[in-house]
Design a protein around this ligand. Sequence first.
Ligand SMILES: [Zn+2]
Length: 137
Amino acid sequence: MSDCELCIRSTLPILWQNKTFRIVLVNNQNIRGYLRLELIDHVKEIHHLTPAIQSEMYKIINIIEQIITDIYKPEKINLASLGNKTPHLHWHIIARFMNDNFFPESIWADPVRHNKFENSIDEINQLKQQLDLNLNH
Ligand SMILES: [Zn+2]
């Protein structure tokens, strides 16, 4: 769809992609370890996907969780699929820390702290390397 933000080429760095999915680094929100898994095609709901694609999607989410845990050692991982404003299937997979700006609320709540966070080059390289290693086989 021409007016869909996720159908237009992403302005966020793509960490990994295949013919069905891409994983981007959400680096514009002052949060470390925030990835988004996006369907490449414009699909609105999970039940519109074939069982094989659904199962690939859950496998990728699971791998992303493990990789984020290994690299960032977060307190918790948050997983969200909303799509009210952008009805193009995507998942927010977010490392959460006790000292992040929103903990223990969701990252869409009002901030309770005002610190600066960003991913290091090393963390970004590790993400790419681990995604390639775990997803390209
Ligand atoms: Zn779309």
